[in-house]
Design a binder for this molecule. Sequence first.
Ligand code: F6P
Ligand code: MG
Length: 585
Amino acid sequence: MLNHIVGGRLFAVILKFKSTLAFSGPPNDGTTSTRVPSFPRTTTIPDSLHLSLPVRNNDGENESATCIFDIVVSCIVMKNINDPVVGGIPVKRLKLSNLPAKHDFKMTFPRTPGSIDPNNPPWPAYRGYHTYSFANATMGHRLPTILGKAIDDVVYTLNEQSDEDLIVDLVQCIERMDSLKSELQEHAKLRPIIDDGEADVALWNKAIVKYFRGKDFMNAPWLFAEAYKYRRLRECFSVSKYWSNYDVFFRQKCDTFSRSNEAVFELSGRFGEPFKHAENLSSSEKAESLRLMFLELTQVCLWGNSTDLSLLINMTEEQIKSLQSTGGEALAETEKNILGNHMSRLWEVVRDLNKDSVNTGGGRIDFVLDNAGFELYCDCVYADFLLQSGLASEIRFHGKRYPWFVSDVTRKDWAWLLNSMVYGQLFPKATEQEKEGLKRLGLRWKQYEKEGKWIYEQHPFWCTGYTFWEMLNEAPDLFLHLSKSDLVIFKGDLNHRKLTYDCAAPYSTSFDVSIGPMASNAGAPKVCSLRTIKSDVVVGLGSNPQEGDAIGENLDKEEPGWKISGKYAVVLLSEGRPGEQVNLV
Ligand code: F6P
Ligand code: MG
């Protein structure tokens, strides 16, 4: 029944990508994976630190000591009911006996909300100087490799030019990239962004001056330093005369989609025809088939994040084919790898959009996109289903304004995908029927755009180093805009890092607590994160703290590298506070 409705083979194709890649474990940016154990974090406060005095880390900061101190103070305040009162004011006395025993105390919110800022996340930040961490491997090895490959791409383009002005201008872009690469390798300080006319210059420079003055590529929080590198890469081109829109990753992004023919045609074959229920189904059977289809497509969309074919950039045609031609794993099997799973609740939310919607039938769903190519194609298939089934009436896609984290979607990638499906000749070996199916799908999607049912947007905030905890403050217009959505789906690893402040929160931390203001601000929309786990921050596991932490700690022991393999995933939902007036003060 399930296979009949959802088509097990397609899913197996997609999952086959995922599981194979999980073992080879490369990141989805074309660099070779460096397997490093993640640096250990402690979530249980040891006795010796109960009265923690400021302790400085390598960076000269007292971030950990301060946050532990905050907790200690709040525990004492809560427990000390017999404090003396002097002049009407209770005086807090530190009593060791009031402190919780080592074993039953877990940090639930180690830094008080008022002391959180981009350099001081709620839990300790990951930083590049943490030796043996993924942050260290990324900053020290992966990013220089990515830059090196990007330079190769520009050199390739350079060699195709004949006009002297264009050549000279492009050579200067390459020189700027070379300098950036040296700065990265020499751990240079983060300098302000040059005013290149981009909408985000002020946002960047405010963050650099306010939170990261004097910080360098290795001692700034990893998230900010990594994002900064992509902004600087942008600057290498944005200040040029002829090449300001050049995308050093565009060739890779196109290439990976063209090499994914089998999975592409599986999807277009099944979804090329408009969605309709099989005849003679009772209304409860229809409802059940809709639910099952929703669940499968949610997983297609989810695992599309790990199967983004930029992962396959170093694979031969033959290797990709063999990945695509074998199947076997079932939906239920893959669901086991979703370690924090709110999919059932997600279905209820989406199902009820139809009921709740006053005018049109179906609600507004926003996708904060991640990667171009195959992942974007999966997202669109999902969005198409949501629209055709009447669950949604409007879908907004949020992409990046310029090349970002290698494979993220820009407007050009969006247009390229839809136009290639209709007019392209990417798949010369495909049958006429396959080509027709893909074209029909592309035409339908372009029609949605014309009718305003699909809307592509690109707010500057998405290309900053800010986390989404700061969205209301730094991009209030965007927060307000999203607050009008019925559901905001964040795709992928980087979006998840930004939702959760990319810090060492305990595995069992609830999604609501991890995303802070994106759940607790008045007007916060319902938020769902569809993320295959490709970096250190992991939250939302288990139904209670013991269970959640045990799941993560077991994997730490049994499967080192599980947090960067893309083999595991989370589907997490926050109910937010929709409908309440956003407080813009
Ligand atoms: O460089 C590491 C990283 O930022 C991780 O978040 C992840 O490995 C990758 O880049 C981005 O993944 P995604 O495309 O899913 O956001
Ligand atoms: Mg990405």
